[in-house]
Write a new protein. Sequence first.
Length: 312
Amino acid sequence: MRWPWQKQKIDNQRCLGIELHNSQAFAVLRDASGVVDRYLPDSDEQGLDGIANWLGKQGYQQLAVTISLDQRDYELHLVEAPQVPDEELSDALRFRLKDLVNKPLEDIAVQAFRLPADAYRGRMDMAFAAAIEKSRIRQLVDWCEQNQLILAEITIPELSMLQLVAEIEPETSVGVLRLDPAEGILYLYHNGGLYLTRPLAVGTNDLGLQDGMTDELSLETDSRMEKLALELQRSMDYFESQLGMGSVGQIWALIPDTIELDQVLPELEEAVNTPIRTLSLDSSFNRMPAGMPLTASLATALGGSLSYELAD
């Protein structure tokens, strides 16, 4: 995803991927072999100051960087796409968004991308349009300049995860499930395209997963598990029947940033009758010591960085 002010990529043998998530910042450093370093914020840390300190301590400068925006930083809308060339799509959709966003159009930047042509059985031409305040873009540009980083791309987590899924090359349609303590989100991808993104009103706390411990399942927990399974099933049904894309072959669950999720997945898998597996990236991308997995935010940061081509 390109923003109008962005410059050409520069050659570099390493790339820094950053994800902003729930007002915190996570980062991975990637070279040709994979992820060789990472930054995780403290539990009470906010903003980008922690990464800035880490960059200084590690001596990381003049790196290309991709930034995946916090979902609090942008609005994503699914709208009908006008019949214009792709390079004119973002400008054309600005006016479609004027009644959907709560900010003056002159204060926002819009970046749009179409759904694949086979969505909705080819009967509708739809597009996602991401709207972000220009002032937020300028903050990130200034921060990169202050920390001697070369900003290669600003993207959104939906597209960061698309880059990662495309790199893995699944043979079937896949759902990527991300659960935070109080909420979650499901992305549905097929053949290199994003078809559906759906917020989930259930998080790991609702499933009895808190502070690294699994509570005894209660009737309330069982009810929340059923609610999550129902939301997943409805999303997959929509993907199959309304979008006309067939059944979802599997769901990949991202490793939460602070807790373990594995022990609740078998029950969830049985409820939705679809294979659910933890998305482990260690063998393909992780070159850090054992015991340092690529959790959800790190995986998203990695996905964003994959859009940057490293120099040979």
